[in-house]
Every structure is written in C-alpha cells, then in structure tokens.
Design a protein around this ligand. Structure first.
Ligand code: AN7
Length: 344
C-alpha cells in the first residue's frame, strides 16, 4: 500500500515530535518512460506523473507537510491564494486535519475541475476580481492579521514536502537524471526539487519553462497582467524568484518561455503519442524541450536522461481538452450509420 510521504522520508522532513501526520498517501508517483518523446529530443525521456497524487497534482507533497505542521501548532484554519491546484489540495488536507479552509482564486481564471474540488471539500472559495499575484498579497496580509496558517509555497514546509519528488527520482533511477524539465509559476516547485537534489548531493541540469505571456523570470521583471491558456502558471510575480534563479544558474540550466501554441501542441501530442494526459501547464515542461532542446553551457556533455515533471492531471481542465481535441461524432441508432462513423 502507498505510504504517507512523511513516513517514507521521515528523516528528511523537519516536523516537530508531536505533530500529527495529515496524509492522503501522497507521493510515490509513477515515473514513466516516454519512448516517442525520447526519439524526438535525442535523449532518454521520463515523465514524472504528479497527477497521480491524491488530489491530482504535486501540491499534495507540500500540503501534507504544511498542514501537519499547522495542525501540530494548533492552527484551526488554513488559507491560500491559488491558480487552482493549491486550492484543491489545501481544501482536501484541511478536511483530513479537521481544519477549516479558505482559498482565494482569480475570478474566472481557474480550471473547472480544480474549482469543483475546492468546493466539494467544503473550503470557502473566494473568487477575487484580480489575478493570482493580487490574491497572494491579500492572503499574506490576512495571515498576519488573523490566526490562520498560510499554506502557499512561501510556507517553508511546502518546500520540505515537495523536495521528496527529487528523492524519488534518485531512488528510482539509481541516481539523478542528467536533467530535469519543469514548468514554473510561483517558482516553489523548482526551488523544492533543487533543495532535494542538493540534500542528496546531486545537481542535475534544471530547465524551467514559463508561458510566454507570463514569463517574469525570462523577461527579468514582474509581469503586471500575465496571460496564458496554462492557467495554473498565470503568475506575474513569483514569490521564490531568487531561489529559482539560483537553482537554474547553479545547476547550469536555464529558464525559457514557450508560447500557448507550443504548450497546447505538446499537451495534445503527449496525450495522443504517450498515452499521458496532463494539464496544459504541465505540458510546458515537454514543450520547452521540444522548442529549446537540451541546451548546455561551457561545452558540458549533452544530457542523456531527462525527467519532465508533469505537475497536474489532465482531468483538472476538461474545457481545454475539449477545445483542443477533435469533436465527438454524433450518430443515429443504426448499425450501418455506426459502421460508417467508426470506419470511414
Ligand atoms: C499544474 O495552485 O501556483 O512554480 O496556486 O498547478 O511551484 O508555482 C500552481 C502552480 C505548475 C507551477 N504546474 O508551480 C497554485 C499554483 C501546475 C501548477 C505549477 C502550478 P510553482
């Protein structure tokens, strides 16, 4: 049976002795070979299927630790700003802990599955007339004013949980991959992977990808009105900016942008060629490799193995899938008509 992530990596997670383990058996996600992608990029490619976490995204790795600590220190409520996945995860882990949850999301800009999750778990869902960055400013202030635990990735326990994905890769591959490719929004996850790799004395090349309309790290300046179809990474002012840039530079990797068209191409290509359905933001990791290749500096060897982190499940965002995929074929109730529909 899957094990709580906190138990699997107990020695590496700095919880206090009396803290409960608030878990839905997150982590231990599949690492899947991607033969067709390997062919296209000229290196052995793997997909880390973070959509297989209990709420369908990598956020659960961080949330189990952040909510366990919150419960341990006697918090009664948790709050976050979110482009959707953090909200869904916080809502679920709040339930497990017996805490109340409040989530602030940009109005009309989160995928419908994520909204459904936050609501069904009973969180108070507030749709803000503003974007993620506005929401993060507000929840930081609310957490100062009220006894409520902030569970965005500015919370260090989120990073401590999310770094375990790097441990899993090292264990499963018998060593680190040569490179890791990851979508970047608020930059918590790349910070967490780098921390995990460093704690285990490894340093793969990190490639980070942002959506072109929301690429502050690439532009070198915050983006006031970020836009992208990849709503999860529609973030203009990443909280972990410096840590992320340090990770890219120290690992001799880089951060680059991919257009919405490149993201959607990679998204449907993965689904129809590797049988893996991730959300658009996750596909930025694959789009980035397809667009920019496996770049190296100073005559370093080209990476021979690369892991793409597929951060969230495709079912989170059925609207984008239906808007991208071919249409349904309607058919009358007649064998010949169905025959034509199937075989023509
Ligand atoms: C699928 O849920 O920021 O760079 O509020 O949901 O650590 O922010 C989500 C981010 C990538 C980017 N892929 O990770 C939120 C939120 C998916 C995501 C990211 C997110 P970070």
């Amino acid at each position: 049976m899957p094990q709580p992530l906190i138990e699997r990596y107990r020695d590496y997670i700095p919880l206090e002795p009396g803290d409960p383990i608030v878990s839905i058996n997150e982590g231990s996600t599949p690492l899947v070979e991607a033969p067709r992608l390997s062919e296209r990029i000229g290196a052995k490619a793997y997909l880390k299927i973070e959509g297989a976490n209990p709420t369908g995204s990598f956020k659960d790795r961080g949330m189990t630790v952040a909510v366990s600590r919150a419960k341990g220190r006697g918090a009664e409520a948790v709050i976050c700003a979110s482009t959707g996945n953090t909200a869904a995860s916080a809502a679920a882990y709040a339930v497990r802990a017996g805490l109340t949850g409040a989530v602030i999301v940009p109005e009309g800009k989160i995928a419908i599955g994520k909204l459904a999750q936050a609501l069904i778990h009973g969180a108070r869902v507030i749709a803000l007339e503003g974007n993620f960055d506005d929401a993060l400013v507000i929840v930081r202030e609310l957490a100062e004013r009220h006894p409520i635990e902030l569970v965005n990735s500015v919370n260090p326990y989120r990073i401590e949980g999310q770094k375990t994905a790097a441990f899993e890769l090292i264990e499963e591959l018998g060593g680190p991959p040569d490179a890791l490719s990851i979508p970047v929004g608020n930059a918590g996850n790349v910070t967490a992977y780098w921390k995990g790799f460093q704690e285990w004395d490894t340093s793969p090349i990190l490639y980070g990808f942002q959506a072109a309309g929301s690429a502050p790290l690439v532009d070198g300046a915050p983006v006031a009105n970020p836009e992208t179809i990849a709503s999860a990474i529609r973030i203009g002012s990443p909280a972990r900016w410096e840590e992320a840039m340090n990770a890219f530079n120290t690992s001799r990797g880089r951060v680059a942008a991919v257009t919405d068209e490149q993201i959607l191409d990679a998204y449907s290509w993965l689904a129809s060629n590797e049988g893996v359905f991730c959300e658009p933001s996750s596909a930025a990791s694959v789009a980035g490799l397809l667009t920019h290749g496996l770049q190296t500096v100073d005559g370093m060897d080209k990476p021979e193995t690369v892991v793409c982190v597929l951060t969230g499940h495709g079912l989170k965002d059925p609207d984008t899938a239906l808007g991208t995929a071919p249409p349904v074929i309607n058919c009358v109730n007649d064998i010949t008509a169905v025959e034509h529909a199937v075989f023509d």
